[in-house]
Design a protein around this ligand. Structure first.
Ligand code: NAP
Length: 215
């Protein structure tokens, strides 16, 4: 594992804080980004206090200076958020956790994307970056509770094999198995099954994940 710093764009929300909690406890430095510097700093202080780890916060641009960048913003904010960060992000590994989803009359459904998945849209917006779709199926609340033993697999999709390997190592660092699931376009299915998990969660009042059997 070559990575020491994780930057989280939109890191003030539940998913960003949850991933930050796990990575900080695993010994990585984390920078939580926000559209508002004060919100970022406050979130950084809070996660640092809970984990005792090296967590700080700032603007999304500050998070984009980290070695690996994770996106935890809603799909709707993708273009406006990433366009000003493109030069800073350059060829970095960028992990999309984004599920393009909406609720209609309380029911989850997929939002249409430009390319077929949020992760592929990220690759269009950041053409130089090594984009990886991963961590979509991990529920924020379980990530944020250090008392919960994480379970399930992290499905990893990318057109950049070395980036995919590094993200699988990140998954292992937080106690999960990374499963190489091929090209970035397969993120379409991972994002879709996450929308299904949201429905399952509602019916069973649990936070579920997925596990690939047979390998
Ligand atoms: N929540 C989960 O359990 C979960 C699980 C798996 C995947 N995900 C995915 O992770 C992403 C984040 O989920 P979340 O529940 O943490 O979402 P969220 O709370 O709605 O958003 C996360 C952060 O993104 C920023 N943000 C909100 N709207 C934005 C916009 N229009 N443009 C740019 N930034 C915006 C906000 O930070 P600032 O106001 O500080 O900028 C917010 O705190 C989503 O794409 C979701 O599909 C979530």
């Amino acid at each position: 594992m070559t990575t020491g710093t994780i930057g989280i764009i939109g890191g003030t929300g539940p998913e960003g804080r949850g991933l930050a909690t796990r990575f900080a406890r695993a010994g990585l430095e984390v920078i939580l980004g926000s559209r508002t510097v004060e919100r970022g700093i406050e979130a950084g202080r809070e996660v640092a206090a809970v984990t005792g780890g090296a967590v700080k916060g700032g603007r999304n641009l500050d998070a984009a200076t980290a070695e690996i960048v994770i996106l935890t913003i809603p799909y709707e904010g993708l273009r406006d958020t990433l366009q000003p960060l493109e030069a800073q992000i350059g060829e970095r590994i960028v992990i999309s956790t984004i599920v393009p989803m909406q609720f209609k009359e309380g029911r989850p459904s997929m939002t249409a994307t430009q390319t077929g998945s949020a992760a592929e849209d990220v690759q269009i917006l950041l053409p130089q970056a090594q984009v990886v779709g991963a961590f979509q199926t991990l529920a924020a609340r379980k990530l944020a509770d250090p008392g919960v033993q994480l379970e399930g697999d992290v499905i990893v999709c990318s057109d950049h094999p070395s980036a995919a390997r590094e993200v699988m190592e990140l998954a292992e660092l937080i106690g999960l198995r990374g499963v190489n699931a091929g090209p970035l376009s397969n993120s379409h299915y991972v994002e879709g099954i996450t929308a299904l998990l949201v429905s399952v969660n509602r019916i069973h009042r649990k936070e579920t994940g997925i596990k690939i059997v047979g390998i």
